[in-house]
Design a protein around this ligand. Sequence first.
Ligand code: 9MR
Length: 366
Amino acid sequence: MTGRRAALGLGLAAGAASGAAAQGRPTLREAARGRGLVFGTAVQSQMLATDAGLRALAQREAELWVPAWEAKWGPVQPEEGRFEFAPLRALLQLAQPSGQRLRGHCLVWHEANPPWLAPALAEGPARARRVLEEHFRVVLGTTAPAMRDWDVVNEFIANPPGSDNPSASPGDLRDTPWLRALGPGYVELALRTARQLDRTLRLTLNDYGVEADTPPAAEKRARLLRQVRGLLDRGAPLDAIGIQAHLQMREPFRPEPFITFCQELRSMGLAVLVTELDIREPDVLAPNVPTRDQAVADYIGRFVSAALEGGVRTILTWGLADRESWLVSTPSVARADGATTRGLPFDDALRPKPFRDALLDAFARV
Ligand code: 9MR
């Protein structure tokens, strides 16, 4: 382990005081910690380096950081055999004085991959396996002291008919270059490879589209449960399920089916995390910002309370302030009417919104 620590240049940061309360209420970090919960956020090294306000906010409000980009395959292994850890190191350096821990995201995904990867995987299972094992060996070996929890496979369940982006795949598993190269055993291979390299790493499978009270979400929950049960029956190492929770207010949410889903996962001995919480507002907005923000907060409050009731103890939002949100910067999910999505706990001026209060209130009820 000492060699690994030296490899990334930094170990686990020591716990540090989380700073002043914002506007008379505790920080999310403090409030969560007081209830035995962990609150975290996605961060981007470039943004934290250039935006002092966002940096201070992430340092003050979050206990746990997840790199939104820096640990994905594309940035980490841009060319075969050339590994790049400078952006991750930069994040660790920013985290150290304020005592954040980092979780890893993600080792296997069908997006954010370098151009060389898909052709290499297409060369056949033996080559695909070597490529996977080498990436895991270097990445886990380098990040081990600082990152003890990884999304090993991200978004592996196929979207059922009726979803926003239904998958062509006929089975439970999403059709990806990994599935095509290695067959349905690729998830188990990834988990076993990670466990073999690092016996005490927390291994997580992360997915989305399982939150709402809609037929496609119900089917995706069933697919996830079926796949997870199969993995555990085969003795695959697995510790946790990450529920992304990119919520959409045009979809209904009902606590009961979601709580049952979390409890079923918990009954299999798994931890359940909310890993990427944010929310898209409805197509037709209320006429003023306070009404919009209150509607967002009501939905978030219901969702987070259900998650906590279902046994979730770690909640991460996908960014803290609207100005860093992919819901604002990504054309495919940005609002068609040109309005800025108010889908995170703090506004563009970094002032807390009712979303933040809904989190605090839900934490306080635990
Ligand atoms: O928010 C992330 C964005 O900055 C990246 O460009 C993109 C591609 O790497 O990924 C976004 O994060 C995604 C996450 O990794 C997986 N779940 C969905 C997130 C939003 O697209």
